[in-house]
Design a protein around this ligand. Structure first.
Ligand SMILES: Cc1ncc(COP(=O)(O)O)c(C=O)c1O
Length: 386
């Protein structure tokens, strides 16, 4: 069987490879603790499950969904954005459901990139920012995120020869994998850049609800001019423990959303309406359980940061996300460190290099395992690496 050249240009998806290694070890009888993928270990909150149970029993959810989305879902997203971020959205034209952030980001590449076009992608970054453009026949151009700049790209460093072909820019704060948050003024800079160079700014907002130490993440759309320059992809996956449900939304520029809609009507049949009903419940209900999750992740973050300190890795605690991003010890590459941790401690961490060249020299720990397992994982790492 021959895959396309486009597919050949991208590596196996990072977590597909991690899952393979994990299965190998498990088959060999090792009690592996995976701190690889960021998939919440706690169940979806009961009120959302109950809303889903009722919605599934309602025949009005059983037919093909419209890609435009159910009115109650679009209104819930708009109400949430108004209350939480102070962003006014027209639920008719500025909100549409997505089958998770991943689907949305992938498809935006097909709606906005022709062959030879450029997508500006954070490096390290969520793999779809580079895999999506490649699969669309376009070129991802990496924007380095380095600690010295607080993991924020230097937009003035994007080469001229790439800039004139750039159509999309992917940003994400709070950031996966680095845990960085957007400094004041950065969204404004990105908006000015997008408008000047006719680049659609796509802000991937997967983690705004999971922040710590009193930090409250803004929406990109709260910045003046954002509605002209871009869209935000909001995901319910992490904050509401709904990764398996595939529920998100694209919000912002109405023209961009209309193009995304046109693409999707030709590709898929929208988000299961019962999931939209449950998603609306998640957004409309009191947000206390989400705040509880943020506290859980903060506690786990501190546990990991403390243990890393004891093995000589001293880092600033991240203000958001469900990850800890840390430099590998001297003498290691990302891959050799991940390999050693797996072999010696039976713990899976993600090698930073799998998020892009600027991830080399780092590793990522996901905080999505119960406290006892996380404690055991860091104990094992401490034992084998100290
Ligand atoms: C930055 C970022 N964007 C998007 C996603 C995908 O989220 P979803 O489950 O909504 O597809 C993830 C998931 O890990 C992520 O880290």
């Amino acid at each position: 069987m021959r895959e396309t050249e486009r597919l050949g240009r991208i590596p196996a998806y990072v977590f597909a490879e991690l899952e393979r290694k994990l299965a190998e070890k498990k088959a060999a009888g090792v009690d592996v603790i995976s701190l690889g993928i960021g998939d919440p270990d706690t169940p979806t909150f009961p009120h959302i499950v109950e809303a889903m149970q009722r919605a599934v029993a309602d025949p009005s959810t059983h037919q093909y969904p419209s890609n435009r989305g159910r009115k109650e879902f679009r209104e819930a997203v708009a109400a949430f954005y108004a209350k939480r971020f102070g962003v006014e959205l027209d639920p008719e034209t500025q909100v549409m459901p997505a089958i998770g952030g991943k689907e949305c980001i992938y498809h935006l590449n097909f709606a906005f990139l022709d062959e030879g076009d450029v997508a500006l992608a954070a490096d390290p970054g969520y793999p779809v920012y580079t895999g999506g453009p490649l699969l669309a026949g376009a070129e991802p151009v990496l924007m380095p995120l380095v600690p010295e700049r607080g993991f924020v790209p230097d937009l003035s460093a994007i080469p001229e020869g790439k800039l004139d072909r750039a159509r999309l820019m992917f940003l994400n704060y709070p950031n996966n994998p680095t845990g960085a948050v957007a400094p004041d003024g950065f969204f404004g800079e990105a908006i000015a850049f997008g408008r000047e160079h006719d680049v659609l700014v796509v802000h991937d907002n997967a983690y705004s609800e999971l922040t710590f130490d009193g930090y409250v993440a803004p929406s990109f759309l709260a910045e003046p001019g954002a509605m002209d320059a871009g869209v935000e992809v909001f995901s319910l996956s992490k904050a509401y423990n709904m990764t398996g449900w595939r529920c998100g939304a694209i919000v912002g520029n109405a023209d961009a959303i209309a193009h995304y809609w046109k693409l999707k009507t030709n590709v898929d049949s929208g988000l299961f309406e019962a999931v939209q009903v449950a998603g609306a419940e998640a957004l409309n209900a009191k947000q206390d359980p989400v705040k509880g999750m943020a506290q859980t992740y903060a506690r786990r973050r501190d546990l990991v940061i403390g243990a890393l300190r004891e093995i000589g890795i001293d880092i600033e605690p991240p203000k958001g996300t469900i990850y800890v991003w840390a430099p590998v010890p001297e003498g290691h590459t990302s891959a050799s460190f991940a390999e050693e941790v797996l072999e010696q401690a039976g713990v899976v961490v993600s090698p930073g290099s799998s998020y892009g060249p600027n991830g080399e020299g780092f590793f990522r720990i996901s905080l999505t395992v119960p406290d006892e397992r996380l404690t055991e994982a860091v104990e094992r790492m401490r034992g084998s690496l100290a």
